[in-house]
Ligand binder design. Structure first.
Ligand SMILES: NC(=O)C1=CN([C@@H]2O[C@H](COP(=O)(O)OP(=O)(O)OC[C@H]3O[C@@H](n4cnc5c(N)ncnc54)[C@H](OP(=O)(O)O)[C@@H]3O)[C@@H](O)[C@H]2O)C=CC1
Ligand SMILES: O=C([O-])CC(=O)C(=O)O
Length: 258
């Protein structure tokens, strides 16, 4: 499968390493859409990709699917056009806190018979959440995220501090680069208005830790994910990058788990 990526930062680099550098048997990244060609020119030699700054050229470059790994603004600006031409996968799911954008993307995908894939990013357990909500009887979903203080721009904290407590919908507005997980959790479960979030800046940790508590008619569940950050961008967890890889690998299987 030929992949086109939008963005060339920490997640895109993680994918280029694991797919192109390590010569994945079924996947190849052939095209990368950037806004600054000179900054990323080195990727052409390093990973054998072609850079594009015009969306039309990128979309007609022989790719089978587009992976967004840039930011929420890019999702708003480019995904409606992308979905007219290709299936797509996006990791900046925080953009989907905007209900009008979701409605637009769903309509375009339906009209053009394309699929929008949303990997689980830096968390897990979304199969359980969707199953528990299939009959509409989830009662509570709570996310507690703990990140290194510096990753949340609290450089001089001496002890941990709760920097946000409230709804997923508001968490992503205040922390667009750190709370994508809250939005995918909301979408999989009770919705972004009902999903509770606490964000803690902790000067004594190096990992990005997400704890999820779920209660419903099924019983209760708890997950804790202790994520290694990506060196290029410590706000972002390694799992977020490989959640795209895992989702891509599962696309062409004839059986589905979960
Ligand atoms: N769903 C989840 O669980 C998670 C989601 N994320 C989200 O994933 C996204 C990518 O993260 P990460 O790789 O760490 O981010 P980085 O900041 O490392 O990289 C972002 C890249 O996007 C590029 N970019 C920005 N604007 C545009 C544009 N208009 N056109 C083309 N490229 C553009 C940047 O280019 P330039 O150098 O020109 O600025 C840069 O190459 C972020 O939105 C992040 O919040 C992150 C972690 C977990
Ligand atoms: O990578 C992570 O651990 C989570 C993150 O930044 C996000 O959800 O935006």
């Amino acid at each position: 499968m030929n992949i086109g990526i939008i963005g060339a930062g920490a997640i895109a680099n993680g994918m280029l390493e694991r797919i192109n550098h390590d010569s994945h048997e079924n996947l190849k990244i052939s095209s990368v859409f950037v806004r600054n060609e000179e900054k990323y020119r080195h990727l052409e030699n390093e990973f054998g990709v072609t850079l594009y700054t015009d969306l039309d050229g990128f979309l007609s470059s022989g790719i089978d699917i587009v992976v967004e790994a840039a930011n929420g603004e890019v999702v708003k600006e480019h995904l409606p056009e992308v979905l007219k031409h290709k299936d797509a996968m996006l990791i900046s799911v925080g953009a989907l806190a905007d209900g009008e954008l979701v409605a637009e993307l769903m309509q375009v995908a339906k009209n053009h018979n394309h699929t929008l894939h949303l990997p689980s990013g830096a968390i897990g357990g979304l199969d359980l959440l969707q199953n528990a909500q299939s009959h509409g009887d989830l009662k509570k979903v709570m996310l507690t995220t703990r990140k290194p203080a510096a990753a949340l721009s609290y450089e001089n904290l001496e002890s941990e501090r709760v920097v946000f407590e409230g709804r997923a919908k508001d968490a992503i507005t205040l922390y667009p680069q750190n709370m994508n997980v809250a939005i995918i959790l909301g979408m999989a479960g009770m919705g972004i208005e009902e999903t509770e979030v606490m964000l803690i800046a902790d000067p004594n940790i190096e990992k990005n830790i997400h704890q999820i508590e779920v209660e419903g008619a099924f019983g209760r569940a708890e997950f804790k994910i202790e994520n290694q950050p990506l060196p290029e961008n410590p706000k972002t967890s390694y799992l977020a990058a490989i959640s795209i890889l895992g989702t891509l690998e599962r696309l062409n299987r004839n059986f589905r788990i979960g």
